[in-house]
Design a protein around this ligand. Structure first.
Ligand code: ADP
Ligand code: MG
Ligand code: ZN
Length: 465
């Protein structure tokens, strides 16, 4: 079975609020509290704290890093098991050029959903809201926003606004008061830093964790030592308040994990598959309704597969199918120039017509001028610009008389648009699209059929004016 990660993103536009300390230590606590739970950690920042804390071997020239993952390298080859049993991805200073790949905000969600990573993923972000941070926010089942003072609390409104704009549920977002100095006391009801921060946060409608993280000189000293190492709180600051606060945060995270049946990555993947599936079903349905014959000559299309040069649809989609290239060119050449096929100039005229209609969409709209039937013939570019419009006489059409020149056109109109009692379906028209004869069905696939749908709609609006 495919596995999906439960993703936690640590984010704040302010630097120095404790994001990286929270991300790295949370990984260690979670792993320690639940040994069999895979925990994977990476950072979009370029300070290499994660590498320093978790690497078992020094980086070599071809060590894969977060840049490789974001460029599409398979997750299993990028994640490595590090100290304390925590999986991590090396940091990179090269993330500046990644923006091109990350035009949309859901790219990382898709990558995580396809990564096969299970357990928990923790993402440490840069102090900004760039496209990578946005991707990390949208991918998250939980977002922890450390706030240490009023300016950092002020700043988090941008994250909430981002979620509002994109219509994503904000219940994944929670603030956590960090670097709280317990020596600071105020008079009145907001007696200390954390109470004040929490009161303001709640007042603004932000969720806040019950826990907070104290400022501790011991914790601060963990990354300043003669070995140049960064030590974890779990092993080197056990006696501090911060240790029990991390225990509490980790328990809270694990409760959230246990209560989640479908993570964001899982939901996204399911949604993608359903979308693909419904696209496929629609494609099959489109294939099913096609005519078996070329409605101009009556020939069975399967007999000369390679001659299928055009696709047509009637405005009401009752008749749809492929047409022989030769049939369409001859039909339109006769109708446009009023020429019989044995005329000396016919071949040259037909080549001209063929060249045009292979690069445009033809519209055939039988209508009335006074009491006479005429044909409103138009050509459009695929982008919808009108390239040509001509009214053509249809002598004898109403009386059912064929005159040798218009026979193909009359037959086609009758086959495709016939209604009750010999009359054509009122207001009906036909559009004809060039297709690649090597694989004409491609035109019915979602991407190209979208263009047809758009043109049909545009033509319908034009004709109804
Ligand atoms: N609970 C704490 N008590 C004391 N100092 C802390 C605590 N948490 C983090 N620090 C220190 O604060 C500084 C900023 O922390 P860091 O995690 O790098 O923040 P950010 O990632 O938001 O920039 C670091 O020097 C770190 O050692
Ligand atoms: Mg940081
Ligand atoms: Zn034909």
């Amino acid at each position: 079975m495919h596995s999906y990660p439960y993703t936690i993103t640590i984010s704040s536009e302010k630097g120095g609020v404790g994001k990286t300390t929270l991300a790295t230590n949370l990984a260690i606590y979670l792993k320690a509290m639940r040994e069999d739970l895979p925990v994977t950690l990476f950072s979009f920042d370029n300070h290499f704290t994660i590498d320093k804390m978790f690497e078992l071997q020094k980086r070599t020239e071809n060590s894969p890093d977060i840049h490789a993952l974001l460029m599409g390298q398979e997750a299993s080859t990028v994640v490595q098991t590090g100290q304390y049993g925590v999986g991590f991805i090396r940091s990179s200073t090269e993330l500046g050029d990644i923006h091109e790949r990350f035009k949309g905000p859901m790219t990382l969600t898709r990558m995580l959903s396809e990564s096969g990573i299970s357990g928990i993923v923790i993402i440490d972000t840069r102090p900004d809201l760039n496209i990578l941070t946005q991707n990390a926010l949208y991918a998250a089942d939980r977002v922890l926003i450390p706030v240490k003072d009023l300016p950092s609390l002020e700043n988090c409104k941008n994250i909430f606004a981002l979620f509002d704009q994109s219509g994503i549920d904000k219940k994944s977002l929670s603030l956590i008061p960090c670097l709280i100095d317990s020596r600071i006391k105020f008079d009145g009801i907001f007696r200390d830093q954390k109470t004040l921060l929490r009161a303001i946060a709640v007042n603004r409608g932000y969720r806040c964790l019950d826990t907070y993280i104290s400022k501790s000189p011991k914790v601060e000293s963990l990354n300043t030592n003669p070995d140049g190492k960064i030590y974890p709180i779990l092993t080197h600051a056990r006696g501090t308040e911060v240790h029990s606060q991390f225990m509490e945060i980790s328990r809270d995270i694990l409760r959230g994990l246990d209560a989640t049946t479908e993570t964001r990555a899982c939901l996204y993947h399911t949604w993608l598959l359903e979308k693909e599936d419904s696209k496929k079903k629609q494609y099959v349905a489109r294939l099913e309704g096609l005519t078996e014959r070329c409605l101009i000559c009556g020939g069975i299309l399967a007999e000369h597969q390679a001659d299928r040069n055009f696709y047509f649809e009637t405005s009401d989609r009752v008749a749809r199918g492929f047409l022989h290239g030769e049939c369409v060119s001859t039909m339109l050449c006769s109708a446009l120039y009023g020429l019989p096929e044995d005329d000396d100039t016919f071949a040259a005229a037909k080549a001209l017509v063929r060249d045009k209609i292979l690069r445009s969409v033809s519209l055939i709209f039988p209508t009335k001028q006074d009491t006479e039937s005429i044909l409103d013939y138009r050509q459009y570019s695929l982008a919808g610009a009108q390239l040509l419009q001509k009214n053509l006489d249809m002598p004898g059409f109403d009386g059912g008389v064929f005159n040798g020149i218009h026979d193909r056109l009359y037959l086609f109109l009758n086959e495709a648009l016939a209604g009750y009692e010999g009359a054509l379906r009122e207001g009906g028209w036909i559009s004809i699209y060039p297709v690649n004869p090597e694989n004409p069905e491609v035109i019915l696939q979602e991407e190209s059929y979208k263009i047809i749908r758009r043109l049909q709609k545009q033509i319908a609006e034009l004709l109804n004016q």
